[in-house]
Design a protein around this ligand. Structure first.
Ligand code: ACO
Length: 327
């Protein structure tokens, strides 16, 4: 049994938050943000009518339209997110209910920025097992709902977005995910976390001014982790599949920071034209980032059938994931 990507979709809020907007809120500048991150603007939700649920729902709705399918054709919805409005019900359950997937299954995956790639890997495995025939996979976060905009170390990086793909069973077993890795190291999660209670806050971080419920990040630690992990995960995937960068149509990297992506390009020897960049326009949208890139590339015809492509992400947890597909 193989797996086919039948359609993709994405959703971003209309509202743009530029570097100049941020420099009116905290002590920063367009020049600093562009040099250190590659970001020029990001999208942020209007909280009165948008959020994690609406972004992921709209992305999946567009993926279904692209596939020529309806919600009732899906057996399961999986949503990668860390900004759920509610821990119960899951975002996936609400989407399944609204798009007509009921009584199909639905659950959220919490792997921070790795969420979409985690969900794609799980969905591919479930379809290959023969137990599911069609799964709606979403990854999306409304990061603006957990960002302290008084804190320049986090506010400059993040934006809101969701991406989705509809996966269906295919008789050709060579189609679908040909290599995957799901990884985590929860021994030290402290560089990136969203505490709800003081009990969970490490002693050394007790006087952090960022309020409970908002993202806390040690940017330098995450940066070091990301640079070495990205390289390792991409090299592992190339070795396991016996592919070279020249064999791939795209390497879709989580849009965390342009310097992290450029380091992977340089250290692994990836052709820059195969590494899509949209961080300048959308910032780091956490679990939304890889799915948003996939949808933009898919619609532009840049993920051709028969040629492998790779998706790779890392995030809070700490987590990481890779997924190599023949589409
Ligand atoms: N504007 C202006 N100056 C700033 C800003 C800012 N927004 N932020 C920090 N600075 C200053 C610092 O105070 C420091 O000044 P000093 O030298 O006088 O002390 C200087 O700039 C350098 O600060 P660093 O923190 O060392 O800056 P760095 O080059 O590491 O860039 C950044 C910071 C952009 C956050 C970087 O560390 C980064 O991108 N890290 C990775 C973050 C990431 O990818 N997070 C997402 C993980 S995915 C997920 O799961 C959600």
């Amino acid at each position: 049994m193989g797996v086919r990507i039948a359609g993709t979709g994405s959703a971003v809020p209309e509202r743009r938050l530029t570097n100049d907007d941020l420099s009116r809120m905290v002590e920063t500048s367009d020049e600093w943000i562009v040099q250190r991150t590659g970001i020029r603007e990001r999208r942020v939700c209007d909280p009165s009518r948008e959020g994690t649920f609406t972004l992921n729902r709209d992305a999946l709705r567009r993926a279904l339209e692209a596939a020529g399918m309806q919600g009732s054709d899906l057996d399961l919805v999986i949503v990668g997110t860390c900004t759920q409005e509610m821990s119960c019900p899951s975002v996936a359950c609400r989407i399944a209910g609204e798009l007509g997937v009921t009584p199909g299954g639905a659950f959220d995956v919490v792997a921070a920025c790795s969420g979409f790639v985690y969900a794609m890997n799980v969905a591919d495995s479930l379809i290959r097992s023969g137990r599911f025939r069609s799964i709606g996979v979403c990854g999306g976060d409304a990061m603006s709902t957990i960002i302290d905009y008084q804190e320049r170390s986090v506010s400059i990086l993040f934006g809101d977005a969701a991406g989705a793909a509809v996966l269906v069973a295919d008789p050709d077993p060579r189609r679908g995910c040909i290599h995957q890795q799901l990884g985590s190291d929860g021994r030290d999660w402290t560089p990136l976390y969203i505490p709800r209670r003081l009990q969970e806050v490490p002693e050394a971080d007790r006087d952090n001014p960022i309020r409970m419920g908002n993202l806390r990040m040690n940017g330098r630690e995450v940066f070091k982790f990301a640079v070495s992990r990205f390289r390792q995960v991409i090299e592992d995937a190339l070795q396991a599949t016996q592919l070279t960068p020249a064999d791939l149509s795209q390497v879709i990297c989580h849009q965390s920071n342009i310097r992290i992506i450029e380091s992977a390009i340089e250290k692994v020897g990836l052709p820059p034209e195969k590494v899509y960049i949209n961080i300048d326009r959308f910032g780091n949208s956490s679990a939304g980032s890889v799915g948003l890139c996939l949808d933009q590339l898919w619609r532009a015809g840049k993920v051709p059938a028969g040629k492998p492509m790779m998706m790779v992400a890392f995030g809070g947890g700490m987590t990481w994931a890779s997924s190599v597909w023949t589409v």
